[in-house]
Design a binder for this molecule. Structure first.
Ligand code: SF4
Ligand code: SF4
Length: 232
């Protein structure tokens, strides 16, 4: 007897529950699926926290320890999404593991798929004025990743309230002046939140020892990420 979509989803949840500190959700993203992803309208969104003590140290700019942590958490996410992809493929469904941090569009400064869309729709958090995903549990101190599939999941259908309020800490802290300070809503474009080119140029010019990949000041200063302690 063929296993149902719901049974596969329950098996996936079992896999996800085996990882410590992992946040996850299920989302419909059919309106964002195009090109090679056009037949994969559902997403598993996952998030892993960065070490809070490491992030505390980068309020004035990134260091090697933070860059190592960033790469390490990205690698862990990529392993988990690859595991999920293989699990789904074994059941005869399509699956794509979207790398946690891989730029594929260098002109528009984008990856293959907007992880944050799946993360918000999967109930992990909201988009802050900084354009970062702000999770309720760890604030912006997480990395996120996505698996796209054609399994018709039962989705979370959650859109968390935006808790930025009148805060502008990231706006004032950004050394590049890249954050506009607008309150995110679903109909706002990324460009209305952040000038990604300004952010990119700042990182390349000031943090070339990390290949211009990280800065993290807006991650470190957000009050929603502070005082979140991992029990590890
Ligand atoms: S990563 Fe740094 S430069 Fe980019 S928006 Fe955040 S604080 Fe500004
Ligand atoms: S620092 Fe303040 S404004 Fe910026 S994302 Fe965090 S809560 Fe929102």
């Amino acid at each position: 007897m063929q296993i149902t979509a719901l049974e596969i989803q329950k098996d996936i949840i079992k896999t996800l529950d085996a990882f410590d500190h992992l946040l996850y959700g299920f989302a419909y993203v059919g309106d964002f699926s195009s090109g090679k992803f056009k037949n994969t309208s559902y997403a598993i969104t996952i998030g892993l926290p960065l070490s809070p003590t490491i992030v505390d140290e980068i309020i004035s700019g990134p260091n090697q320890v933070y860059y190592d942590e960033y790469l390490n958490v990205n690698d862990k996410l990529d392993l988990i999404t690859e595991t999920l992809k293989n699990q789904i493929n074994r059941q005869g469904y399509l699956a794509y593991a979207i790398p946690s941090s891989k730029r594929t569009d260098f002109v528009n400064i984008k990856g293959e798929f907007p992880h944050k869309v799946a993360a918000v729709r999967g109930g992990l958090g909201w988009i802050g004025k900084s354009s970062l995903l702000i999770s309720k549990k760890y604030g912006p101190r997480i990395r996120i990743s996505t698996v796209l599939t054609d399994i018709p999941f039962q989705t979370n259908g959650l859109l968390l309230k935006n808790y930025c309020g009148t805060c502008k800490r990231c706006v004032y802290a950004c050394p590049a002046g890249a954050i506009a300070g607008n309150l995110w809503s679903e109909d706002l474009s990324r460009e209305e939140l952040i000038d990604v080119r300004k952010c990119d140029v700042w990182k390349i010019n000031h943090y070339s020892q990390f290949q211009g990949h990280v800065c993290g000041i807006c991650v470190a200063v957000c009050p929603h990420g502070m005082k979140k302690v991992l029990d590890q």
